[in-house]
Design a protein around this ligand. Structure first.
Ligand SMILES: [Ca+2]
Ligand SMILES: [Ca+2]
Ligand SMILES: [Ca+2]
Length: 408
């Protein structure tokens, strides 16, 4: 049992802050204005959130609200458009679907200056992620041989696996690392990382796996691919893979045997996705999760419980379905939430840098100190102030330093 003997030398007057950690739902508004039904991605710097309102691409920023990008005017592909990723300069990429309902896609990029542009004039493809500068795009495309292959585009298409079924879902900020899935139509699949320097690197099976993995995103630094590993015919488990440390299984939420990671921060130390609670053959429910390393305080936790415990954000009966993306520094997390009445909207969690506001009420005062002291004395994981997965004296030192210096 730790004993709390800290006598605060500085008990500053309560100071109101410019910001708190906030959870924002991206509609729908009662006035019928723009909304995002699926927050698919956030730019690396946390600024741009993108998705669709069901049939057209929509962007959102904290200070500017919604921008309806609409539909590209590509002939035969004006059924719907989805925005799937955004660069730090506001370039957005995505796909639009064909009017005949054949499930065919075309990729697009959008910028405020140029509007919608095609990557070329004919390729059937999806644009699924973009580098931080908006120059390099990855996704999957149908080649002349009618293969679906992972590509990287920076003015022209480069096929990572020219003749093998493959999908690319993520690209690093610098555009050099690509993550996705290779194989899998009938045979086993493997999550991959590709780069010009190291070529193709394939994720080994997870412990207890049955020979297939898949990749859904890559960290902004290019180190870590996240996705899933198959554990049975109907079951799978979220994983992260780095060529230097191998494949690590991330577990499930209670009552689940199916989880998959879709989001990761800059260095792979914060992962998000969903865990399907319920029977693989019966009723089930998607639940958004966050995961971080470390013991005993790391591991997988439901997004809903995480924001309630760490930020005092209570969300009633709302059901968080999936975490779709995380900004590089981990401070912006986006996904999809179902409100009562089956209204599904995108959400944005923006985490305040002011960690000294421990109870997240918008001011730093003695109550923050008392709450932290209580958690620390209880050896609660909520006192893991430096997020290294354990509670020790360094957390106390870091909190005291943050509390003393306050926030601007
Ligand atoms: Ca991402
Ligand atoms: Ca406070
Ligand atoms: Ca700690």
């Amino acid at each position: 049992m730790k004993t709390w003997r800290f006598v605060p030398l500085f008990v500053c007057a309560a100071s109101a802050l410019g910001q708190q950690t906030t959870l924002t739902y991206l509609g729908p508004t009662t006035s019928g204005g723009p909304s995002i039904s699926d927050a698919q991605a956030v730019s690396s710097d946390g600024h741009y959130v993108v998705g669709s309102d069901g049939y057209q691409a929509v962007m959102w920023t904290a200070e500017g609200g919604f921008t309806v990008l609409g539909l590209p005017e590509f002939e035969g592909f004006t059924q719907s458009a989805q925005a799937l990723a955004a660069a730090n300069n506001g370039v957005v990429v995505g796909l639009c679907t064909d009017n005949e309902g054949n499930g065919e896609y075309r990729p697009w990029k959008w910028s405020a200056g140029a509007g919608f542009e095609a990557l070329d004039d004919f390729t059937r493809a999806a644009a699924r992620d973009v580098s931080a500068d908006g120059q390099a795009i990855v996704g999957d495309r149908i080649t002349g041989q009618l293969n679906v292959v992972a590509y990287r585009w920076d003015g022209s298409f480069f096929d990572i696996f020219p003749s093998d079924l493959s999908l690319a879902f993520g690209i690093s900020d610098d555009g050099n690392f690509v993550g996705g899935t290779h194989g899998g139509s009938i045979g086993p699949s493997q999550a991959f990382r590709w780069s010009p320097d190291f070529g193709v690197e394939l994720a080994p099976d997870i412990p207890g796996g049955v020979g297939s993995t898949g990749g859904n995103d890559i960290s902004q630094d290019g180190s870590t691919v996240v996705g899933y590993g198959r554990t049975g015919q109907l079951t799978f488990e979220a994983m992260r893979y780095s060529p230097s440390t191998g494949t690590e299984a991330l577990g499930w939420l209670p009552g689940s045997t199916r989880s998959s990671a879709f989001a990761v921060n800059g260095d792979g130390s914060l992962v998000g996705g969903n865990s399907i609670v319920g029977s693989p053959t019966g009723a089930s429910e998607d639940r958004a999760f966050l995961w971080r390393p470390g013991s005993p305080c790391g591991g997988m936790m439901s997004f809903k419980d995480w924001i309630a415990a760490k930020y005092n954000i209570q969300t009633g009966d709302d059901k968080f379905r999936i975490v779709n993306d995380i900004s590089r520094d981990g401070s912006v997390i986006v996904g999809t939430v179902q409100k009562p009445g089956f209204v599904v909207v995108g959400f944005v969690l923006r985490i305040s840098p002011c960690t000294a506001d421990y109870n997240n009420d918008g001011q730093i005062d003695f109550f923050d100190y008392l709450d932290f002291a209580q958690a620390f004395n209880d050896e609660s994981c909520l006192a893991d102030f430096n997020n290294d997965g354990q509670v020790d004296f360094f957390d106390y030192l870091d909190f005291a330093a943050a509390f003393d210096s306050g926030c601007d």
